[in-house]
Design a protein around this ligand. Structure first.
Ligand SMILES: [Zn+2]
Length: 107
């Protein structure tokens, strides 16, 4: 397999996994609140952290979809800021990365 088709397979797997996780969280959030007020306070805290997680996952879904588009147009693996190649180890850890380590750490 070429690096690109491997990257594409990784990204597609990751996209499926992230979507499944998001669905699961959304199902949890959709559950009706418990009538008991003590329980409710706990549940509201849970919901807040779930919403935080959902937001993070949504961002990663967007980034993953963008990376898949970059596989298609041939720009995958290039830093969007400086145009240098992104290190393979970084892409393995975060296949949706769009910045090289140097640009990422500049913030
Ligand atoms: Zn860069």
């Amino acid at each position: 397999m070429t690096d690109l088709s491997r990257a594409k397979a990784l990204l597609e797997d990751q996209l499926q996994e992230l979507k499944a996780r998001l669905e699961h969280i959304e199902r949890d959030l959709a559950e009706p609140m418990d009538a008991d007020s003590g329980e409710r306070a706990v549940q509201m805290e849970d919901d807040e952290s779930l919403e935080g997680q959902a937001a993070v996952i949504e961002q990663r879904i967007t980034a993953t979809q963008r990376a898949l588009m970059r596989v298609e147009d041939g720009s995958y693996g290039e830093c969007m800021n400086c145009g240098e190649e992104i290190a393979q180890g970084r892409l393995d850890a975060r296949p949706e990365s769009t910045l090289c380590v140097a640009c990422k750490s500049e913030g």
